[in-house]
Design a protein around this ligand. Structure first.
Ligand code: PLP
Length: 400
């Protein structure tokens, strides 16, 4: 019998991916389950982007690309970073990966040695902790409660930094909470980081364009330029451009780190699909009018979800500023009983109970914070309305 590696022994499969596919399997088996676990827009990829991919196929642009990505795509990314974030990057400071997830994976594998610590504010996107572990690093989880709107405070950051800290991971807008770090908040974090020059920042900006308030979301080096040399931006086209299946992400940062990332890429997938890369060139350089329409719809859905969750007995949530998730507390359901006599002891139990009642969501435990659960509102208003009614009834049916 072939043993799997020790490196993977402590690494579970991604909880969000697992829940999404569990819900899909139940649906295929004929169970009436509404899936609100997935982290992807329900909108199709805009037509002009898909057409660019078709043109690439017709023109025979179907060969391997350089590991760092097509020069045309890296130029388009540099243009995007200037246009949207007023940041200057040369194309040799950019490396394209098979989605932001692989870019992040490459960064951690290319930079972490055993004993290196990675500060991850919780609640966090499920993969940071596991990727850091796979890469041999030690995640240092810093709980950021509802009181700070789930954001890292300068005091908590200061307390978490040690001589072994290699990276601080920031995600804004956040998955799972939708929280956005304002310019002021980021400058305060930058003041702490100024005292610890050995700490680098991985800035996950994948939800950059999904913002519903007045202030745009900017990476920390855009508001604190003194951090530029130690910031790595991870971003991609999956969310804002509705291109999850195309698998295009990128990293932008100091040349030596980016070049290590590209070396690693050359030893794994070589590059992401050339066809997807041509589609990404069009996405970044072409019209982005669709984003405004999508965001209008997302904002209405967000308001619907927040309103209905806060009306459901035992649940409560705040209004998220971005992304397409609501992170809701189910604290007041803990200790209650279902009609079949089962006691809800954790957010995992609550989520299992909701699945029985026909709605799939992800427990807060998967994001390092309990007792909460995450709803994705990347689903039509009709589907959301039906799911929220089921959640409401399920909560109402719980017994003391
Ligand atoms: C916070 C965050 N970062 C990165 C990713 C990865 O995105 P992709 O690999 O599709 O580009 C996701 C996807 O769910 C995410 O939520």
């Amino acid at each position: 019998m072939i043993r799997t590696s020790k490196r993977l022994a402590a690494v579970p499969p991604s909880a969000t991916v697992a829940t999404t596919f569990k819900a899909q399997a139940l649906q295929r088996a004929g169970k009436d389950v509404i899936g609100l676990a997935a982290g992807e827009p329900d909108f199709d990829t805009p037509g002009h982007i898909a057409d660019a991919a078709k043109r690439a196929i017709d023109r025979g642009l179907t060969r391997y690309a350089a590991p760092a990505g097509l020069p045309e795509l890296r130029d388009a990314i540099a243009g995007k970073l200037k246009r949207d974030n007023n940041l200057d990057y040369r194309s040799d400071q950019i490396s394209v990966g098979c989605g932001a997830k692989q870019s992040l994976f490459n960064v951690m594998l290319a930079t972490l040695d055993p004993g290196d610590e990675v500060i991850v504010p919780a609640p966090y996107w499920v993969s940071y902790v596991d990727i850091a572990r796979i890469a041999g690093g030690t995640p240092v989880i810093v709980p950021c409660g509802r009181g700070s709107r789930y954001k890292l405070t300068p005091e908590a950051l200061d307390a978490a930094i040690t001589p072994s800290t290699k990276w601080l991971v920031l995600c804004s807008p956040s998955n799972p909470t939708g929280a956005i770090y304002s310019a002021v908040e980021q400058r305060r974090l930058a003041e702490v980081l100024a005292r610890h020059p050995h700490v680098g920042i991985i800035y996950d900006h994948i939800y950059e364009h999904l913002v519903y308030g007045a202030e745009a979301s900017q990476p920390i080096n855009a508001v604190a330029p003194e951090l530029h040399e130690r910031t790595l931006i991870v971003n991609g086209l999956s969310k804002g451009y509705c291109m999850t299946g195309w698998r295009v992400g990128f990293v932008a940062g100091p040349t030596h780190v980016v070049s290590a990332v590209s070396n690693l890429q050359s030893q794994s997938t070589t590059s992401t699909s050339t066809i997807s890369q041509w589609a990404a060139v069009e996405a970044l350089n072409g019209s982005r009018g669709f984003m405004h329409n999508n965001n209008e719809i997302f904002k209405q859905r967000r308001d619907l979800v927040v309103d209905q969750i806060n009306k459901s007995p035992g649940l409560s949530c705040d209004v998220p500023d971005g992304a397409f998730y609501v992170f809701a507390s189910c604290a007041a359901t803990i200790g209650k009983k279902t009609s079949t006599g089962q006691t809800i002891r954790s957010d995992g139990d609550f989520v299992d109970y909701l699945l029985d009642r026909g709605v799939a969501v992800v427990p807060g435990a998967a994001f390092g914070m309990s007792p909460f659960f995450r709803i994705s509102y990347a689903a039509s208003t009709e589907v959301l309305t039906q799911a929220l009614a089921r959640i409401h009834e399920a909560c109402r049916d719980l017994l003391d």
